[in-house]
Ligand binder design. Structure first.
Ligand code: PEP
Ligand code: MN
Length: 341
């Protein structure tokens, strides 16, 4: 038993009694109040509920039906929540009809550069700023990010442009400090299965952008989202950023089929990052167009005014003029499928 659907006539007392009953079995409840009915999601090891106990709950007057979810992820599944989740970040709604674009440099390199990019992407129509202050680099000798200094610069760029910020958290020890500055916590591909980190952000009251792991299946990715949600944070945005395949001509293989598939499997919003997906700046715009056509709720794009001098990911970064072109080119595609940018 994973989901208890209540009748429209169910009262608060009915809900409390059921929650109490679950608690006695060592289970927790997640109450989701829809427009018509309330659904109780049962959290924990539901296999401990015997068939008799399940039938007894089914017999409660206020209960309409009791269901099991076959999928290993529950809170993230469409069965659990039919309506799409819309995450409101400073008035910007990810998962709504509007396609949101998150743009900025791979890493916050310095104040001038960050403010310059922030102005440029804002002017082009981006709705969020990105920039890493803690960078997960393959080599320990590469630029690792500015840490808190970088977060401060991001906050100044937000102040100046009004654009909310998205930045990566790599280590639970930095959670407090990242929370002080960011609007969205990014969990990078390399940490998608860092379960301790996922559980920590699951206790935070901030949206999480969860990138797909380098070689993660859709199921593993949704299980990672479930880790976050199981701790109480239901504000999860999934970000497809390409997966490792035998192909080496592009940095990764951008799995755009993940977008419509996730729309079937989960209610969570889905964003696509074509920059890390392809790793080459001149392939970013076509893949951004394709991502919007496939139904992505947003894009994450790396932008740098001088890619040849970038401290990381220069080869996949768009110059501001190319980013402006991207914004112009995705607009008619969004409109063609009943959305806006
Ligand atoms: C990034 O967004 O700069 C990044 C490191 O991405 P990923 O975790 O997808 O590699
Ligand atoms: Mn990058």
């Amino acid at each position: 038993m994973d989901i208890i659907v209540l009748k429209p006539t169910a009262t608060e007392t009915d809900i409390e009694q059921i929650v109490e009953r679950l608690k006695k079995k060592g289970l927790k409840a997640h109450i989701s109040k829809g427009t018509e009915r309330t659904i109780i999601g049962v959290i924990g090891d539901t296999s401990r509920v015997s068939e008799d106990e399940e039938n007894a709950i089914r017999a409660i007057e206020a209960v309409e039906s009791v269901m099991r979810i076959i999928k290993p992820y529950k809170l993230a599944s469409r069965e659990f929540k039919r309506e799409p989740t819309i995450i409101n970040i400073r008035g910007k709604k990810i998962g709504s009809e509007r396609v949101h674009v998150i743009a900025g440099p791979c890493a916050v390199e310095n104040r001038e550069l960050m403010l310059q990019v922030a102005d440029a992407v804002k002017e082009a129509g981006a709705s969020f700023l990105r920039g890493g202050a803690f960078k997960p680099r393959t080599s320990p000798y590469s630029f690792q990010g500015l840490g808190e200094g970088g977060l401060k610069i991001l906050a100044e760029a937000r102040e100046r442009t009004g654009l909310p910020i998205v930045t990566e958290l790599m280590d639970p020890r930095d959670l407090e400090i990242v929370l002080q500055y960011t609007d969205v916590i990014q969990i990078g591909a390399r940490n998608m299965q860092n379960f301790r980190l996922l559980m920590e952000v699951g206790q935070a009251d901030k949206p999480v952008l969860l990138k797909r792991g380098l070689s993660a299946t859709i199921k593993e990715w949704l299980m990672a989202a479930e880790y976050i949600m199981s701790k109480g944070n239901h504000q999860v945005i999934l970000c497809e950023r390409g997966i490792r395949t035998f192909e080496t001509a592009t940095r990764n293989t951008l799995d755009l089929s993940a977008v419509p598939l996730l729309k079937q499997l989960t209610h969570l919003p889905v964003v696509v990052d074509p920059s890390h997906g392809v790793g080459k700046w001149d392939l970013v715009i076509p893949m951004a167009r394709a991502a919007v056509a496939a139904g992505a709720d947003g894009l994450m794009v790396e932008v740098h005014p001088r890619p040849e001098e970038a401290l990381s990911d220069g080869e996949q970064s768009l110059r501001p003029d190319a980013f402006r072109r991207l914004m112009e080119e995705i607009r008619p595609i969004a409109e063609a499928i009943g959305r806006s940018v």
